[in-house]
Design a binder for this molecule. Structure first.
Ligand code: PLP
Length: 394
């Protein structure tokens, strides 16, 4: 495999002007990876600031109700700022500081990655500017204010569909003009090399912990690990240390929105084709002319028309499988988890829970499955109420 390639996927499809910055980033990252001080500093922050290690919780009531494999939840929702995003953001901001950068920029969809980046920037004394589609700034007004509270500036992006993909475009454009003092904190396992590898490595702490935790509590590996997939960072982190364990099934859950038979979904693996976008070769939802298609999901975090190149490769080689989960299935799972375990998870994570509700009963009770609970659901409560036809004053 070539540098930054996963089989045929990945690479660096970028304007020439960014090349030297990406080479510098890659070199600095490779050095930091080997550097004990960097790793210790990061681990210290992950533990004392973000609250790691996150719990691997045995969902006894859900297991009993579903009647099959034991269900374990990897509780990334308990991290500071409420999702797995903080793992990656702390790593990248620390690296940016090391490289002498004084400013970070980020894209954000629902605002989770923007809030995490603004948080790390405040902590480390970096200036922070976040690009967010105008549509999303309206849907997620509270997160805009959160970022501002944390000292960040939020730019509403008015191009295209005014959503996540346009925010990435704008952040990349901005970066090309300010690389000297600015690092671009990309929020998922996507974009040009080295981002897919670097973000995956920062998120791999999820499976490093989970693998140890499940061996401790079950004495054997799980039958499957399951995670939702937007760009694919929580899934990549959840899969990584299980990839060599060939008997562990790796399952990614993508957003099927209103259904694969409609145009309103974001199921990249099920319905996408190979293309080049946002600096990488991967799978993308495209129209008949090969233009990036508008995508839809009830979950803003899964509302991205592509998937990270490592996932495209894991799909192609058959090592991981990807299943579509509709809005309706996700909302059911959201309510089910709240009522059986007393946990209100992110609507993104509920896509993974929905699949486990089908999978666990088909497995023996001596087996186990781990679901990555990528985030908490406070941000989604109003939207779910709306979905169910309830009007709530915020
Ligand atoms: C951002 C987000 C996702 C989707 O991003 P990935 O890179 O696919 O992990 C999933 N869950 C939560 C809670 C998020 O905030």
């Amino acid at each position: 495999m070539g540098k930054g390639r996963f089989g045929d996927f990945g690479g660096q499809y970028i304007p020439e002007i960014l090349m030297s910055e990406l080479i510098g980033l890659e070199e600095a990252y490779e050095k930091a990876k080997q550097d004990k001080h960097f790793q210790e500093e990061l681990k210290g922050l992950l533990n004392s600031y973000a609250g790691r290690p996150s719990r691997l919780y045995y969902a006894a009531k859900m297991t009993q109700d579903l009647g099959g494999a034991k269900v374990y939840l990897k509780r990334e929702d308990l991290n500071h700022t409420g999702s797995h995003k903080i793992n990656n953001v702390l790593g990248q901001c620390l690296l940016a500081k090391r490289r002498g950068k004084t400013r970070v920029i980020a894209e954000t969809g629902a605002g989770q990655h923007g809030v995490a980046t603004a948080t790390a920037a405040a902590l480390m004394g970096l200036e922070c500017e976040v690009f967010m589609g105008r549509e999303d700034t309206i849907r997620q007004a509270l997160n805009v204010y959160r970022m501002e509270l944390l000292g960040a500036r939020v730019h509403a992006v008015t191009s295209g569909t005014q959503t996540l993909k346009d925010a990435v475009n704008e952040a990349m454009r901005e970066w090309a003009g300010c690389m000297a003092d600015t690092h671009y904190v990309l929020g998922s396992v996507m974009g040009p090399h080295p981002f897919p590898i670097m973000v995956r490595d920062f998120q791999a702490v999820i499976s490093a912990e989970a693998r140890e935790q499940i061996l401790e509590s079950e004495g054997r590996l799980p039958a499957a690990v399951v995670a939702c997939v937007g760009g694919g960072s929580n899934a990549a982190g959840m899969f990584h240390h299980f990839i060599a364990d060939e008997d562990v099934r790796l399952i990614g859950c993508e957003a099927a929105g209103l259904g694969l038979d409609t145009e309103h979904h974001a199921a990249t693996v099920a319905a996408g084709r190979i293309g080049v976008f946002h600096g990488m070769k991967s799978l993308f939802c495209q129209d008949a002319d090969g233009q990036i298609a508008p995508v839809y999901s009830i979950s803003a975090g899964l509302d991205y028309p592509g998937i990270g190149p490592e996932h495209a490769y894991l799909h192609k080689t058959g090592r991981a499988s990807y299943v579509p989960v509709t809005d309706e299935e996700a909302v059911n799972a959201f309510e089910y988890l709240a009522q059986t375990e007393g946990i209100i998870c992110a609507i993104e994570s509920a896509h993974a829970v929905a699949h486990v509700m089908q999978l666990a009963p088909r497995l023996g009770c001596e087996e186990s499955v781990i679901v990555c609970l990528s985030g908490r659901g406070d941000k989604d409560v109003a939207a779910i109420a709306r979905y169910q036809g309830r009007k709530i004053d915020e």
